[in-house]
Design a protein around this ligand. Structure first.
Ligand SMILES: [Zn+2]
Length: 400
């Protein structure tokens, strides 16, 4: 006889029961593990989290399957005495949620087998959704939605779900969805005319209790297809979240929910077009600015220090300047703690800009480099910026 009789095997909707305390032990958490002669609490296992609830009013935070030693009820607060008769109560909303996800998984997994001969390799109930890893080759959203549709039809046909026990020899003759993980007597869960599988979990009485199944997302993972789904009350909660997100986005466009994707796509296109036009205008502006600076050039050299100008803008201006023959541009920008430099020359002008840049950057405690025609750099020692530019100008005059 196992220590704990598992009442949830016979009735998944039993949420109140009386039992006798047969063992007590302290947990490292400071809480107490209580073993009962019988329990309706489902312990963590098979991808399904444990039930929670109360024992004589004290909180049961988790239940653990300790094999032959029975089910451990981890009690927070006052623990009962050994041999005491206690009253247990299961949190029904949590149990219902787990039954909906778990039974939903039986149905969805069988739907993938029925349609695509694709078995489920693993299953997890997570905080807000569930995952199955399906051996499905060439997955697409259409293929997955076909399985979801079949699963929902099975739910809405409100088929009965029955539990029966068989020996492993009897099981060998039956068309089970998956191989039993254990020897000896087996507990089979049968969804009328649809699915037969060995399982020790808690299941709905009828498929209708699962409500509905919806897929949130899917991806290829380790050669399998990982499908994130929600069933029952989670599907409704997820619909509410998705609807709110979609309506919030639609409000930004002052439109209805279902028109938002098209308007968002339009705005992304407009954004790209505007960026393209900004680049054209920036080049035009740089050409105009270059014209003015060239008028003040001395011996073909334009030297100018700007404030708060980024490297990209400096480079655009340098390009516009050296489009004029026999021109050298020594441009700099200074902000609060950095100096940026761009040196450039037209193809027919003198000097190695890369060399000039390296020398100037040493004085700025920074780094820089490039090609003989174009180089960029910068440094933190902004007090030395004027001296660094004068040095570059001196080197340039020596090169001529
Ligand atoms: Zn099950």
């Amino acid at each position: 006889m196992p220590v704990t009789e598992r009442l949830y095997y016979a009735d998944s909707h039993l949420i109140e029961f009386d039992a006798r305390v047969v063992d007590l032990s302290d947990r490292v958490s400071g809480w107490t593990a209580v073993v009962l002669d019988r329990t309706a609490f489902y312990p963590t296992g098979g991808g399904q989290p444990s039930d929670t609830g109360t024992l004589n009013g004290s909180r049961v935070v988790e239940c653990i399957d300790d094999g032959d030693k029975g089910v451990l009820h981890v009690v927070q607060g006052a623990a009962p005495q050994r041999d005491a008769i206690v009253h247990g109560r299961i949190d029904w909303s949590r149990r219902l949620d787990h039954m909906q996800q778990h039974t939903g998984q039986h149905i969805l997994s069988q739907a993938f087998i029925t349609l695509f001969n694709a078995p489920t390799r693993s299953f997890r109930v997570n905080e807000a959704s569930c995952e199955i890893d399906v051996d499905l080759s060439n997955p697409t959203s259409d293929v997955i939605e076909r399985a979801v549709e079949l699963a929902n039809n099975v739910i809405w046909e409100d088929r009965t779900i029955t539990i029966r026990s068989v020996t492993s020899d009897e099981a060998a003759e039956l068309p089970l969805r998956k191989d039993p993980a254990r020897e000896g007597e087996l507990r089979l869960i049968e969804i009328e005319g649809f699915d037969l599988t060995p399982c020790g979990g808690t299941h709905a009485y009828r498929t209708g209790e699962v409500g509905m199944i919806a897929v949130r997302s899917w991806e290829r993972a380790k050669g399998l297809t990982r499908i994130e789904f929600v069933a029952g009350t989670r599907a409704l909660a997820d619909y509410r979240r998705a609807n709110k997100s979609a309506r919030d986005v639609a409000a930004l466009f002052s439109t209805g929910r279902d028109d938002a994707p098209q308007l968002a796509a339009q705005m992304v296109e407009e954004h790209k077009e505007l960026n393209r036009r900004i680049r054209v205008l920036e080049e035009l502006a740089a050409e105009g600015e270059a014209e003015k600076l060239l008028a003040s050039a001395q011996d073909g050299v334009v030297l100018h220090v700007f404030s708060d100008r980024d490297a990209d803008s400096l480079k655009k201006l340098a390009h516009a300047l050296v489009a004029t023959q026999q021109t050298i541009a020594l441009l700099a920008s200074r902000d609060r703690d950095t100096a940026r430099l761009v040196f450039a020359r037209s193809a027919d002008a003198r000097g190695d800009m890369s060399l000039l840049m390296r020398e100037a950057c040493v004085m700025l405690d920074g780094r820089g480099g490039g090609r003989p025609e174009m180089a960029q750099g910068g440094g933190k020692n902004i007090d030395k910026l004027d001296a660094a530019l004068t040095h570059a100008l001196t080197l340039l005059s020596r090169a001529s």
